[in-house]
Structure formats: C-alpha cells, structure tokens
Write a protein that binds this ligand. Structure first.
Ligand SMILES: Cc1cc2nc3c(=O)[nH]c(=O)nc-3n(C[C@H](O)[C@H](O)[C@H](O)COP(=O)(O)OP(=O)(O)OC[C@H]3O[C@@H](n4cnc5c(N)ncnc54)[C@H](O)[C@@H]3O)c2cc1C
Ligand code: SF4
Length: 486
C-alpha cells in the first residue's frame, strides 16, 4: 500500500543520530550516522507534497525534492535515486555539506508552520549512499563518441560536474589540476568530519571509469614547462575550455604583529590536516609548526572556513579554541548547524569581537590577541548589521592564530598571460551568464572563480549550465565544419 504523506502532524522531525561530542572529537570521521531504511521512509513521509514546493525554489539546482521524498517514503529508492541524480551530479555530497538550513530546508513550509522542516538533506544522502551500495550508480556510457575534446582546468565540484555532463554526451574530456588529487576543496579544504574523503574518491573513480582523463600536478600557467601547461597550448589542444579553478588568495588581515611564528592561514592549516588524514608526508605538521596540538588556538572569522578550522583544531588536541567574530551569532555567515556542532565540541565563541593586534614576547613568540568589543549598528551594504567598536578591548591568550576571512580569485589574466580574459574588480572571471562564456571565444567558466567563494551546490549548478553551453557551442562548430567540407 502506498505510504501516505503529510505525516508531519504525527511524526516529529528526527535528524540522523549524531555522535556525542566527547567521542567525535577523537577522530576526523563524519559525525552523523545514516538513517536506517525505516527511519528514512518515516522522515520522508512528513512531506506535505506542496503544489508549489518552496524547498525546490530554495534549491539552486531546483532539485525535484517532493518527488524523491514521495518515492523514498514508499521505499522506491532506486527511482528516488534516478529522480535526485537527474538534476544533481553529487547528491550524496550535497546531502552531507549543503547548508540546508539556508536553502531547501529553510524554505520548507512545514518549517515555516512550526513543525520542524522535512530532513531533506539526510534523506538525500540516504538515497544516494544506498544507490552506491546497491550498484545503481552505473558507469557512464555515452550513446556515441564524439571527436571533439574539452579541457577542464580544475578538478573541484565545478570541474567534475562539467566533466561528467560532457562525457555523458560523448566528448573527449581531460581535467587538469595543479594538485596531486582531484576533488578541489572537497578533498583539501573541507575536513573529513563533514565529508569523508572516500565519498569523493568514489566519484572520481566513477568519472575515470567513464573515460574522463585526469592530469594531476598539471598547473595551467603562462608558459609550458615542468609540471606546467600554458593556457595558450591548452586552448589550442581542445575545442572548448572550462575554467573552474576556484578561489585561493586568502583575504589579508591587517593588524599589527600578525606576521610571524604561530600565525597560520586557514587553508594551509586545513590542507595540512587533510593531507595528514590521507597519509601524505607533511613535514610542517610533524614539526608542530602548523599543528594545533597542545596549543591555545584563536581563529578569526565567522564563515564555514572558520568553523572548519575551530573543529579541526579541537580534533588535533588543542588546549583551548576560541573563535573571534565581529558580529553576533545571528549575523554570522557560517551555517548555524556548524556553530552548534562547534559549541558542543567545546569551542568558545567571542561574538562581537574584532581583532586589533597580535601581542608577541620580546623573542617574537605569540602571546595573545588583543580584540575590540563591538556593538551592532544599522545594516551596511551587505544587508547585515554593521559592527562598531564600543571602546572596550580585551586579550585572548594564544599560541596559534588562524586567519579565516575568506578567499579572492588569483590574478588569472596575469598568471596565464591572457589580457583578453576579462575579470571584475575582485578578480572573478566575467562571463555572459546566458552562455557561461568568457570574453575569450570557446572558453567558459564556472564555480567559485566566477562567483567568488560560494557553495558546492552553486558550483554544480554553474557547471551544468556551462556544460550545456559548451555542448551547444561544439555542436554548432561541428555543423559549420561539416557544411564547409561539403
Ligand atoms: C574550508 C572550506 C569549507 C567549505 N565548506 C563548505 C560547505 O560545508 N558546504 C558548501 O557547500 N561549500 C563549502 N565550501 C565552499 C566550496 O568548497 C566551494 O564553493 C567549492 O568547492 C567551489 O568549487 P570549484 O570547483 O569552483 O572550486 P574548487 O573546489 O576550489 O576547485 C578548484 C580546483 O582548481 C584547481 N586549480 C586552481 N588553479 C589551477 C591552475 N592554474 N591549474 C590547474 N588547476 C588549478 C585547484 O587545485 C582545485 O582542485 C567550503 C570552502 C572552504 C574553503
Ligand atoms: S516545502 Fe517541505 S513540505 Fe513542501 S514539498 Fe518541499 S519538503 Fe515537502
């Protein structure tokens, strides 16, 4: 018998079991368990199958959420997987790390009516993890091979998504990445307690099996040389090119005495930690230079990166971890779920606190961070309340300071010797949003390099749009070539 929906009246919202803070602080494994099949069915059945599904409108991919919730509630998981993967190239990753509280779940009408949102992300993860276990994720088999080739710069979520979409259409796809592994920030930025690395490795293997070629330690640069391929050569070798390089230039914090021993940039800290977890040699970690073990750690920033840093420091065995953020909890950019997890794990949050200076001993050793107490004024240009100093200051003792203020694009036109590659004043690549094409014909761009630091789900959305546009571009070029040959 079909499972009736609208069960939110009788069935309470239940997220998957979360490991206790004491236990989970001891390792880098994910903190949420999977639903048992009966629980997934039950939770999916809470959906009211809205005629106008606000959850779908809240999802950048317009995922057909009510349909796959209905199928999941009825135990038809294979069909649910097909419905979910029709619009999303990595639903198990989105299920794990999308900030659902700000997207689909935040828009769910049941949440709005006070019953607690349908646990969309957890059901999405359950559906796709089951699909992998059951062998429903089958290798990519293009209906026909095409001679045209695509060069993709960057093996992050944007590059991987475009690679899959274009390979499915039969193009010869090569992905170039300057790292030694694929995954981009999914592997070297985001820690394992949010996203275990074998979940990403499984996706990479799936693409390789489907015929996508990966070239690692292959940096795109201005000139070809050891480990480097010039952008011009890459362009000459492929019919279309996708720039999906993400953003890696850390935003600087300009306060006195920050430079020096004990001062670490967020991505360097997270990458070292992720590399250790993957079994790589990381000398600067082993010497203690970039490890939080036994230290009083102060993290500056209030976004997802800062939350990942504080929780990584906890797991590395820091003596204490304090997060300084200049606005209050309600106005911070990081996911509320991650803040709660960090608080449970013992992180101390100093809200309304802006760093003013780093205090060092005569020998240059880190002593403390001096912070100004702030109060919130009227909203600024970003729409969030502006922090203003109250005049009060305080010190937080520190042996390590991690700056997590976000990232900007690198200067691609200069790095690649391409003055024709137009970027905006922040360095993000400018595209025509109708075609995803840059000012260089046949060169497209997607993901963080276009938007600035954003979300995985937006990288997927942009890359799907770019892949469609690249397909249209190459079909047109093939047709023109055929006409000319006749
Ligand atoms: C610490 C951290 C935590 C985050 N947490 C979340 C989260 O919980 N949820 C969420 O949705 N988003 C999160 N994000 C944001 C998310 O990771 C990004 O929005 C997403 O990864 C962007 O995808 P991308 O493919 O555009 O870029 P990236 O993932 O950055 O991939 C770009 C790839 O391009 C390669 N590359 C760069 N330049 C070159 C070159 N010249 N030649 C060759 N290769 C090159 C890089 O090596 C990299 O592999 C987080 C980001 C950070 C930094
Ligand atoms: S908004 Fe909530 S209740 Fe409505 S269809 Fe989406 S998940 Fe179901």
């Amino acid at each position: 018998m079909a499972q009736s929906m609208l069960q939110f009246i009788h069935v309470d919202r239940k997220t998957p079991t979360k490991r206790g803070a004491k236990r989970r602080k001891e390792d880098f494994s994910e903190i949420y368990a999977d639903y048992k099949p009966a629980k997934a069915k039950e939770q999916a059945s809470r959906c009211s199958q809205c005629g106008v599904p606000f959850c779908q409108q809240g999802c950048p991919l317009s995922n057909n959420i009510p349909d796959w919730l209905l199928l999941a509630a009825n135990g038809r998981l294979e069909e649910a997987y097909h419905a979910s993967s029709a619009t999303n190239n990595m639903p198990e990753i989105c299920g794990r790390i999308c900030p659902q509280d700000r997207l689909c779940e935040g828009a769910c009408v049941i949440e709005q009516s006070g019953h607690g949102t349908v646990t969309i992300g957890a059901v999405e993860k359950h559906i796709t993890d089951t699909a992998w276990e059951e062998g429903w994720v089958v290798p990519i088999k293009p209906p026909r091979e095409r001679a045209q080739s695509v060069g993709i710069i960057g093996a992050g979520p944007a590059g991987l998504t475009a690679a899959e979409e274009l390979r499915r259409k039969g193009y010869q796809v090569t992905v170039y990445d300057r790292y030694d592994r694929g995954g981009g920030l999914l592997v070297y930025g985001i820690p394992g307690f949010k996203l275990e690395k074998d979940v990403v490795a499984r996706r990479l293997a799936h693409l390789e099996e489907g015929g996508v070629i990966f070239k690692y330690n292959a940096e795109i640069a201005a000139k070809t040389g050891t480990g480097k391929t010039s952008f011009a050569d890459l362009r000459a070798n492929h019919d279309t090119v996708l720039i999906a390089t993400g953003v890696y230039k850390a935003r600087p914090l300009k306060i006195p005495a920050l430079e020096g021993a004990g001062s670490v940039e967020a991505l360097a800290f997270l990458t070292a930690s992720n590399r250790k977890g993957l079994g790589d040699a990381v000398p600067e970690f082993d010497t203690g230079e970039i490890s939080a073990e036994g230290k009083r750690v102060v993290v500056i920033g209030g976004g997802d990166t800062a939350m990942d840093c504080v929780r990584t420091a906890v797991r590395q065995g820091a003596k204490s971890v304090t997060c300084l953020y200049r606005r209050d909890k309600e106005n911070m950019p990081g996911s509320a779920r991650e803040v709660q997890n960090a608080e449970e794990e013992g992180v101390v949050f100093e809200w309304l606190a802006a760093p003013e200076a780093v205090v060092r001993t005569k020998t240059g050793a880190l002593k403390s961070v001096k912070a100004a107490r702030m109060k919130l004024g009227p909203p600024d240009a970003s729409g969030r309340k502006r922090p203003d100093p109250t005049g009060e200051t305080f010190d937080v003792k520190a042996d390590m300071v991690i700056c997590a203020l976000g990232f900007d694009p690198e200067d691609l036109p200069k790095l690649w010797g391409q003055s024709g590659l137009v970027v905006n004043r922040w360095g993000a690549v400018q595209i025509d949003f109708r075609t995803m094409e840059t000012r260089l014909p046949g060169v497209f761009a997607a993901g963080d390099i276009v938007r600035g630091g954003s979300l995985v789900v937006w990288a997927i959305k942009d890359a799907r749009d770019a892949a469609d546009a690249m397909h249209a571009h190459m079909k047109k070029a093939a047709k023109t070539a055929q006409v000319a040959a006749e």
